[in-house]
Design a protein around this ligand. Structure first.
Ligand SMILES: Cc1cc2nc3c(=O)[nH]c(=O)nc-3n(C[C@H](O)[C@H](O)[C@H](O)COP(=O)(O)OP(=O)(O)OC[C@H]3O[C@@H](n4cnc5c(N)ncnc54)[C@H](O)[C@@H]3O)c2cc1C
Length: 441
C-alpha cells in the first residue's frame, strides 16, 4: 500500500484526488502537493472578471483546508523533473520529493497566435488568475476589446466583457465561429444573435501583426481593414503541460497516455484532467477532454486508486455548454460525425436549433441552441446530454424524434433515461456531503 502520495498540480483534478484519498483510505497516509499556483478554479474566472464574485471565491482550498487535509504543500513551486526509476520528483528550487505513487495533474496553458506583437503589454491570454488580474486592469467601460479566436474559451468570457460596458469585436481565422463546438447552421444562428446584441464578428480574418498605436493596440490582418482597440485577448488555443516530463519515460501523445484506471505506462504514476489522455465514454479510445467535469471525475478515480480501492473509469463524455447574451449553446458526444445519420430542426426566427446524430437507435451526439428564456431550451440541454450519456436505445421514439426534434421530453421520459443514469456513480458509491469531507470541490 502506497504511504506517500505526491500530487503535482493544484487544479480541479489535483484537489479532487486529495479529497478522495482522504475519503477512501483506511489509514491516514502522507500527501504532498506541489503546485505552481495556489488551488483555484479556472472555470469561475469569468465571474471574477466581471466582479460577480470576489477574488477570494475563486480559491478551491484555502491554507486552512489544506492543513485540515494534512497535505504538505509546496505552493508556487514547479515540478521540473520526474525520475520514475527512483520515484523522485525534483522541483524548481532543487527540492527532491520521494513518493510511493504520484499524480500528474499539471493541466494546460494558453497559447498565443505566433504573430509579431503578441507579447506586447495589453495583449492578454485568459487562462490563469494572474492573467485575469491583468485583464481586469485593462477593460474599462466604453473601451474596445478585441478577442482573437471565437472558440469555447472566448465564449465563456464574452458576457463578462459586455457587462463591464466595453465594446467587443471577435475575430476568427476560420470561416465561422465556434468551429470546434457546433456546425455551420448553429454557428450562423449564434453569429446573428450576437450581432443583434452589439458584438462585432469578423470571420476568415487572419491576424498578421499587433502594434502599439498611441496608447492603444492596432491589429493588422491579411485582408480587410485594421482594428484599433484598448485591449486584446488571445483565445487561440491551449496545450497540455507536458514538457517537464521529458526523459521521465512516461508515455505521452496529445496528453499522458493512461489506461482505464488512469494509470500511465509507469505503474505508480497516474495522470488526470487536462493533461491526461484518458478513455472517451462512447468510443473508449484515448482523448484529451480539456473540460472541468473530466478533470473532476479523473481526480476522484485516481484518488480512489491511490487509496488502494481499484476503481475503473467508464470514460468521459465530451461536452461544451455555454450561455452568451442569454442564448444557450451546447454540444455533446460525436456532434461532428459526418457519417452519422442526422436529424435537424431549425427555427431561425427564434434562433433555435437541434441536431441529433444517430448510431442505430441511440443518440451518439447532439447540438442544441436556443434562447435561455425558452424553458424548453434549458430543459432540453440536460435531457439531450442524458440521452447521449446513457446511450439508451430509443426504439420507436427514434421515429418520433426524427419528426419532432424539438420535443425531447416524451422520449427522455419514456425510455427511462434518468432511471438509467441515477444509479451511476463515479466511484461506485454516493458522493459525500460537505461536512463529511473537509471541502466540496
Ligand atoms: C476562463 C475559463 C473558463 C472555463 N470554463 C469552463 C466551463 O465552462 N466548462 C468546462 O468544462 N471547463 C471550463 N474551463 C476548463 C477547465 O477550467 C479546465 O478543464 C480545468 O481547470 C482542468 O483542471 P486540471 O486540474 O486538469 O488543470 P488546471 O486547472 O489547469 O490545474 C493545473 C495545475 O497545475 C499547476 N502546474 C502546471 N504545471 C506545473 C508544474 N510543472 N509543477 C507544478 N504545478 C504545475 C498549475 O499551476 C495548476 O495549479 C474553463 C477554463 C478557463 C480558463
Amino acid at each position: 500500500m502506497a504511504r506517500r502520495h505526491l500530487i503535482i498540480g493544484g487544479g480541479t483534478a489535483g484537489m479532487n484526488a486529495i479529497r478522495t484519498i482522504r475519503e477512501e483510505e483506511a489509514e491516514r497516509s502522507e500527501i504532498m502537493l506541489v503546485s505552481a499556483e495556489k488551488p483555484y478554479s479556472r472555470m469561475v474566472l469569468p465571474y471574477y472578471l466581471d466582479r460577480s464574485i470576489s477574488e477570494s471565491h475563486v480559491f478551491t482550498a484555502t491554507a486552512a483546508v489544506l492543513a485540515e487535509w494534512g497535505a504538505k504543500t509546496h505552493l508556487g513551486r514547479r515540478a521540473t523533473n520526474l525520475d520514475t526509476k527512483a520515484s523522485v520528483c525534483t522541483l524548481d528550487d532543487g527540492t527532491r520529493l520521494e513518493y510511493d505513487d504520484c499524480l500528474i495533474a499539471t493541466g494546460s496553458s494558453a497559447v498565443k497566435a505566433p504573430v509579431p506583437g503578441a507579447e506586447l503589454p495589453g495583449v492578454h491570454s485568459f487562462w490563469t488568475l494572474d492573467q485575469c488580474r491583468a485583464l481586469i486592469a485593462d477593460v474599462k467601460p466604453g473601451g474596445h476589446v478585441v478577442m482573437v479566436g471565437a472558440g469555447f474559451i472566448s465564449f465563456t468570457i464574452l458576457n463578462s466583457i459586455l457587462s463591464l460596458g466595453a465594446k467587443l469585436t471577435i475575430v476568427e481565422i476560420a470561416p465561422r465561429i465556434l468551429p470546434r463546438m457546433i456546425d455551420d447552421t448553429g454557428a450562423s444562428l449564434v453569429e446573428d444573435w450576437l450581432t443583434r446584441h452589439g458584438v462585432t464578428i469578423r470571420t476568415d480574418a487572419r491576424l498578421n501583426k499587433i502594434e502599439d498605436a498611441k496608447g492603444k493596440k492596432r491589429l493588422k490582418f491579411a485582408k480587410g481593414g485594421d482594428l484599433t482597440c484598448d485591449a486584446v485577448i488571445m483565445a487561440t488555443g491551449i496545450r497540455t503541460n507536458l514538457e517537464w516530463l521529458k526523459g521521465s519515460g512516461i508515455r505521452v501523445n496529445q496528453g499522458v497516455v493512461v489506461d482505464d484506471h488512469l494509470r500511465s505506462n509507469v505503474a505508480n504514476v497516474y495522470a488526470a484532467g487536462d493533461v491526461a489522455e484518458g478513455p472517451d465514454r462512447l468510443s473508449k479510445s484515448g482523448v484529451v477532454h480539456a473540460i472541468e467535469p473530466t478533470a473532476q471525475e479523473h481526480g476522484r478515480v485516481v484518488g480512489a486508486n491511490m487509496a488502494g480501492r481499484g476503481v475503473g473509469y467508464a470514460g468521459s463524455l465530451v461536452m461544451n455548454i455555454v450561455e452568451v447574451c442569454h442564448l444557450d449553446v451546447a454540444s455533446f458526444g460525436a456532434w461532428d460525425d459526418g457519417k452519422a445519420e442526422a436529424t435537424v430542426g431549425v427555427k431561425r426566427d427564434r434562433h433555435a436549433y437541434r441536431k441529433l446524430l444517430w448510431t442505430d437507435d441511440r443518440l451518439s451526439g447532439a447540438i442544441i441552441l436556443g434562447p435561455s428564456s425558452d424553458i424548453w431550451t434549458t430543459n432540453d440541454v440536460g435531457m439531450l446530454k442524458g440521452l447521449v450519456q446513457s446511450q439508451v436505445p430509443l426504439a420507436r421514439f427514434k421515429a418520433y424524434l426524427k419528426t419532432n426534434p424539438f420535443d425531447i421530453k416524451p422520449a427522455f421520459i419514456a425510455v427511462k433515461t434518468a432511471g438509467r443514469l441515477l444509479p451511476e456513480t463515479v466511484l461506485g458509491r454516493p458522493a459525500k456531503a460537505p461536512g463529511e469531507t473537509p471541502v466540496a470541490v
